[in-house]
Design a protein around this ligand. Structure first.
Ligand code: DOR
Length: 445
């Protein structure tokens, strides 16, 4: 069994930053203490000056496999995760076929086992007519359910109120929802189409997929969860007003209604549409600078529990089409953590809070077994970051199959140096491991 000693890093974990040594034995963390003496059978990694974080757990990614593999594959995007310090992901069901049957679910797990570089879990998708399949989900192997209460890539809209009530009443695992009111969006879109045709100026994206559309849908989801006792997790909040629907009065372990925010809603605002165009077209839309400020406030005061990427690659050719044809979504996993390291430098969030929102909280919320913390007995999913080493995001360094990033040209003060997955150094300053050792995530229920 290989032993590795990470020496002298500043360990960011459970609200503190301390200089500690971390001993890895096989797949697990064996010891965490101020000084561990190396023996001849231990490989030592000198990490003075760097910070050691638990590997990030991204609770919302779209890796497009099966069926949309011209945009991305589990193999390509999970490799980008390695370079971005993300050691586990939960992938979404809007693939082709959709992950809405037991067979499609099992098939995805097989692809994950064969091709993923990092640990993987797959959300089961709800539709207007698959309650039977939803209730047959194995809670130990499935993080939970994803419902599109507003349409996006694919065709997974759940818009039957009776079905929704049945799902919320009967399903006890986390229900993660995309909230945008479809009728409001349709009305807004037809107004702008009447003026501009297909080539609607991109800055109207937030008038079409509006604050009202978001609030109407997320407030309905929250009240349905309150009525039914469902465990609701609202994905990608994009407006300040929605943050008022969430509370910080209980610790995450006790909350029944939680929220996520994504990197792009924390980083971009409507001021970026003129330069970035459809490359920052997301659903929900990037909103105003005031909305972004409201999201930061709710994140820091714990009304928002999780930061994710909603990594949703499309090809450049697809993205460069006129407004109504350009799909929403963009890639993010490779630079999500560096963006947050930059935000730490800008004083927007502490490093301890980044770790809470990207590592600890996804593990707590989805009951992921033995990950998300630096603790003896836990899997050695670990990331060394260099907060002194800056980088400018450039196309030639991108690992995404789609080959572009909305962050190109952005300077970020912070770099991922090394990433360990299940005890193995799989990314080392630009050099990747050669043998995959990722595992299917398991859930303690
Ligand atoms: O912009 C988005 N694109 N938002 C989503 O929720 C889905 C995603 C996609 O799958 O392309």
């Amino acid at each position: 069994m290989t032993k590795t000693l990470i020496k002298g890093a500043r360990v960011v974990n459970e609200g503190t930053i301390d200089q500690l040594d971390v001993l890895i034995d096989g797949m697990h963390i064996a010891e965490v203490s101020p000084s561990i003496q190396p023996t001849s059978d231990i490989k030592v990694i000198e990490a003075h000056g760097k910070h050691l974080l638990p590997g990030c757990i991204d609770d919302q990614v779209h890796f497009r496999e099966p069926g949309l593999t011209h945009k991305a594959t589990i193999e390509t995007e999970s490799k980008a995760c390695l370079a971005g310090g993300i050691t586990s992901f939960l992938e979404m069901p809007n693939t082709s076929p959709q992950t809405t049957t037991a067979q499609a679910y099992e098939d995805k797990l097989v692809v994950g086992a064969k091709t993923s570089w990092v640990n993987y879990g797959f959300m089961f998708g709800g539709t207007n007519d698959n309650l039977h399949d939803i209730l047959a989900i194995d809670p130990k192997r499935t993080p939970g359910l994803k419902l599109f209460l507003g349409s996006s890539t694919g065709n997974m809209l759940v818009d039957n109120p009776d079905t929704l009530k049945e799902i919320f009443s009967a399903f006890r695992l986390p229900i993660s929802v995309h909230c945008e009111d479809e009728q409001t969006i349709r009305t807004n879109l037809s107004k702008f189409k009447a003026i501009y045709g297909d080539d609607i100026p991109i800055m109207h994206h937030l008038d079409i997929r509006s604050e009202e559309a978001c609030y109407l849908s997320s407030s309905k989801a929250v009240s349905l969860a309150q009525q039914t006792g469902a465990r609701l997790h609202v994905f990608h909040l994009s407006t300040a007003i929605e943050t008022e629907l969430f509370s910080n009065e209980l610790p995450l372990e006790k909350k029944k209604i939680t929220a996520e925010v994504c990197i792009h809603h924390l980083w971009f605002s409507d001021e970026d549409y003129p330069t970035k165009g459809t490359h920052i077209k997301w659903n929900p839309a990037v909103k105003t600078a005031a909305d972004r400020a409201g999201l930061w406030e709710a994140l820091n005061d714990d009304r928002i529990d999780i930061i994710a990427t909603d990594h949703a690659p499309h090809t450049l050719e697809e993205k460069n089409q006129p407004y109504t044809k350009a799909p929403s979504g963009g890639p993010m996993v490779q630079h999500a953590l560096p963006v947050l390291l930059e935000c730490v430098q800008q004083g927007k969030i502490s490093l301890e809070k980044v770790v809470e929102k990207m590592c600890h909280n996804p593990a707590i919320l989805f009951s992921i077994e033995k990950r998300g913390f630096i603790r003896p007995g836990y899997f050695a999913d670990l990331v060394l970051v260099d907060t002194q080493k800056g980088q400018t995001v450039s196309r030639d360094q991108l690992l995404y199959k789609c080959g572009w990033s909305p962050l190109e040209g952005t300077h970020l003060r912070g770099t991922v140096s090394q990433t360990f997955v299940n005890g193995v150094l799989q990314y080392d300053e630009g050099v990747f491991g050669t043998v995959k050792n990722a595992q299917a995530l398991t859930f303690a229920r």
